[in-house]
Design a protein around this ligand. Structure first.
Ligand code: NAP
Length: 312
């Protein structure tokens, strides 16, 4: 088998991925595969390894293409590309998942234990004030996919009462699972800390608008490592200014990098994080990509297919 694989994810990534992909291909019995950032004419390419900053915008010339394999979990920038007619696989990577669990757990504990205030008040005053136990701090997780589920379960293991919300009905151990419009209202109403791990789709755009922000308990904290478009920025700023929302820790924004003049930067109750919650780890991601190629080459179905109609 000699599949031809175009690495359309930039030269810098190629330098990190090349040895890992070559090793994974050899281990999968695909040592003969041709792989590189410039494999030859488009009509000879079987697979494209893809990131949103890829040079490939028009898939039409890739007439032999069998699949596009995204190195990113979020596929909103490619899933609706009308020239893409072949399967699109998104990234489900244990390294990405571990990173997200660490980041979300860290942020939730930071707010739960009020670590910012403790650090800010080190001025010689001895003011003991113990935080309540996690069991008294309800957390709501919007999104119960690969990442939301893992984060919800890590938080539940620390005794946070966790409610999860998804598009379809789900069952996740130790999590109260809700779905649908009424489920969202209930999930928001009980969220002392709200975590967003939804994809960007037309249905999730501005999901957290002024009306839904009002459903949160006063002083609730928002942690958003999902996508910037999930929240109406102006409504969030109003809710922060009025004290209805206590703090927002945001890792993702409508425009990235976040423009210097954006009010989030200067807001005393916003933490800006530069889209670092979790990144695809080449060591594990290379194996995920190659496993999908191996599967298709041996007649097995692809894993982690994005659904064009759903948009994620
Ligand atoms: P996933 O496995 O596709 O899960 C998505 C979850 O969102 C599912 O539970 C899905 O519901 C739910 N959902 C989608 N549309 C919905 C809607 N309209 N209403 C209610 N629920 C909806 O995705 P994932 O791998 O967990 O990743 C989630 C997102 O995290 C990505 O799309 C990306 O935007 C973001 N991300 C951020 C970073 C970072 O560094 N900040 C890194 C990686 C990923 P169902 O279960 O019913 O399908």
């Amino acid at each position: 088998m000699k599949p031809e694989i175009l690495f359309a994810a930039g030269e810098a990534r190629w330098r990190r991925y090349e040895p890992l992909l070559r090793r994974a291909l050899a281990e999968a019995g695909l040592a003969e595969a041709r792989i590189g950032t410039d494999t030859g004419p488009p009509e000879t390419v079987d697979y494209i390894i893809y990131t949103p900053d890829s040079q490939v915008r028009d898939f039409t010339p890739y007439t032999r293409l069998k699949a596009v394999l995204s190195l990113w979990a979020g596929v909103e920038s490619v899933v609706g590309n009308p020239t893409l007619k072949v399967p699109l696989c998104r990234m489900v990577d244990s390294g990405l998942r571990e990173g997200m669990v660490e980041w979300v757990t860290g942020q939730v504990l930071r707010h739960h234990l009020d670590i910012d205030r403790t650090l800010a008040s080190q001025n010689g005053e001895w003011r003991p004030r113990a935080a309540p136990l996690a069991r008294g701090r309800p957390v709501t997780m919007l999104g119960l996919g690969e990442l939301g589920r893992a984060c919800a379960q890590a938080l539940a293991a620390l005794n946070f009462p966790v409610t999860g919300w998804s598009r379809t009905a789900r069952q996740v151990d130790a999590i109260t699972c809700l779905h649908g419009a009424t489920g969202l209202e209930q999930a928001l109403a009980r969220a002392a800390i709200l975590v967003l791990l939804l994809p960007h789709t037309p249905q999730t755009e501005n999901l957290l608008n002024a009306e839904r922000l009002r459903l949160l308990p006063r002083g609730a904290v928002i942690v958003n490592p999902g996508r910037g478009s999930l929240i109406d920025d102006a409504a969030l700023l109003d809710a922060l200014d009025s004290g209805h929302v206590g703090h927002a820790t945001l890792d993702v924004f409508r425009t990235e990098p976040l423009p210097p003049a954006h009010p989030f930067w200067a807001h005393p109750h916003v933490t800006v994080s530069p889209h670092v919650a979790a990144e695809t780890r080449p060591e594990t991601a290379a194996q995920v990509v190659v496993e999908n190629i191996r599967r298709h080459e041996t007649g097995l179905p692809f894993l982690y297919l994005a659904d064009r109609a759903r948009g994620y």
